[in-house]
Design a protein around this ligand. Structure first.
Ligand code: S3P
Length: 453
């Protein structure tokens, strides 16, 4: 990916429905974790279905630079021979985490409790994002962090030679912060305790168990205490990565909105801490049927059959935000096409994503004619504008903004253009081709768009 040469794309409505059966790429959160936990385990882990997007490739490169043996064996098939907990070494060069907040923050956890010196940086989007939320609590294990501008990348870390266990109450609902502390706790003597007032995705807890660590979760639903005994023997254990529900979100909403569509998405991860979008769309009246529910690699998975539906406005409570935190831009598109008003509550965390997603989503909809407002941390969208589309959306190096805007173009009255499609590869390589395979009209802007009359 070369951020200096943006690739503008345009999407258009052509009247024909979307049809077909697809799979979306592997789950981004699980892919990062699989590489990290396997890199800390003893023995050889085989990973199937790994997301080969830019973000995850940064994690693979970083784990390799720290001493794990990470090899690609085929499409989505990776082999990792771990260095063992405490066995990683200082990288020879700066770790460049590209666009990935998850890679950067989780890696801080690993580095904090290893006797390692490392420097980490990222692209312009990642260098703007707050790192204090991880480096402040991680410092309590004995690591010393120095970061630019009060907590931004680049940062340098001298990890603790003999890390202390952590005890911390999460002030924000963030699986990244929780996971960073758990990763640090792996190489601390004693029990790391994390209090989680709002439940967030639990892939780290699941994967720790999968690799043989003793993780105790006390409390059900809201308000959990997570306890991890440090310095376990993590044993290599093969991982099958399910399809990413955050990526499935784009064809799901497209199929709901384009009249006459029927799309099946196979093998989608259905961890209940990730399914807030499906819950919300069903409240809007969506026709989504889940078939073949099963467990794969310790995570629930199913096939989703999605048929076009007239949606109505919705009021989404703030406590649902962690279960659909990455899905608000595409939900906002669905709301702009729904009948009536929608209110999406408690979206403060969107301000510190790959872009300020609250501002960027507002701008995406407004430039395309939708009526939308931000009221504190809530977004209010009036559905059913007279005429939608015709705008150029600034994606601010944010893959999810790009894909959301292209889905909007498939149903808007006039084409929608995005300034740069290159960042889509961070989470969803092949997105444009996959959507075109379903019948969508999307292509590079500035030339003839295949399929467009
Ligand atoms: C992620 C957690 C979420 C999410 C991100 C992936 C993870 O971030 O937005 O895309 O893999 O843990 P926060 O934990 O900061 O909410």
């Amino acid at each position: 990916m070369n951020p200096s040469s943006p690739v503008a794309h345009v999407s258009c409505r052509d009247g024909s429905p979307l049809n077909g059966t697809i799979r979306v790429p592997g789950d981004k959160s699980i892919s990062h974790r699989a590489l990290m936990f396997a890199g800390l385990a003893i023995g050889t882990t085989r990973i199937a279905g790994l997301l080969e997007g830019e973000d995850v490739l940064r994690t693979a490169a970083a784990m390799r630079a720290l001493g794990a043996d990470v090899t690609r064996e085929g499409s989505g098939m990776w082999r990792v021979s771990g260095a063992g907990i405490g066995g990683l070494h200082s990288p020879e060069d700066v770790l460049d985490m590209g666009n990935s907040g998850t890679a950067a923050r989780l890696l801080c956890g690993i580095l904090a409790s290893h006797d390692i010196f490392a420097v980490m940086t990222g692209d312009a989007s990642l260098r703007r994002r707050p790192m204090r939320r991880v480096i402040d609590p991680l410092a309590a294990c004995g690591a010393v962090f120095a970061a630019r501008d009060g907590g931004r990348l680049p940062l340098a870390v001298s990890g603790a030679a003999d890390a202390l266990p952590l005890s911390y109450r999460l002030p924000v609902a963030s699986a990244q912060v929780k996971s960073a502390l758990l990763l640090a706790g792996l190489n601390a003597r004693g029990v790391t305790e994390i209090e989680e007032p709002e439940p967030t995705r639990d892939h780290s807890e699941n994967m720790l168990r999968h690799f043989g660590a003793a993780v105790e979760v006390i409390g059900q639903g809201r308000g959990k205490l997570i306890r991890l005994r440090g310095q376990p023997e993590l044993m290599a254990s093969d991982v099958m990565v399910p399809g990413d529900p955050s990526s499935a979100a784009f064809p799901i909403v497209a199929a709901l909105l384009v009249p006459g569509s029927s799309v099946t998405i196979e093998g989608v991860g259905l961890n209940p801490l990730r399914t807030g979008l499906v819950t919300t769309l069903c409240e809007m009246g969506a026709d989504i049927v889940i078939l073949n529910q099963r467990a794969e690699g310790g995570e629930p998975v199913g096939d989703l059959v999605v048929r076009a539906t007239t949606l109505r406005g919705v009021d989404v409570p703030p406590e649902r935000a962690p279960a659909m935190i990455d899905e608000y831009p595409i939900l906002a598109v669905a709301c702009a096409l729904a009948m009536g008003q929608s209110r999406l509550r408690g979206l403060g965390e969107l301000r510190v994503k790959e872009s300020d997603r609250l501002a960027a989503t507002l701008a995406m909809l407004r430039v395309n004619g939708a009526q939308v407002e931000v009221d504190g941390d809530d977004m209010i969208i009036m559905g059913g504008a007279n005429r939608l589309g015709g705008g150029t959306v600034m994606t601010h190096m944010d893959h999810r903004l790009g894909m959301s805007a292209l889905v909007l173009g498939l149903v808007a009255d006039d084409p929608v253009t995005i300034d740069d499609a290159a960042f889509i590869d961070t989470s969803f390589p092949g997105f444009v081709d996959l959507m075109r395979g379903l019948g969508a009209v999307i292509g590079p802007a500035g030339g003839p768009v295949e399929g467009l009359a």
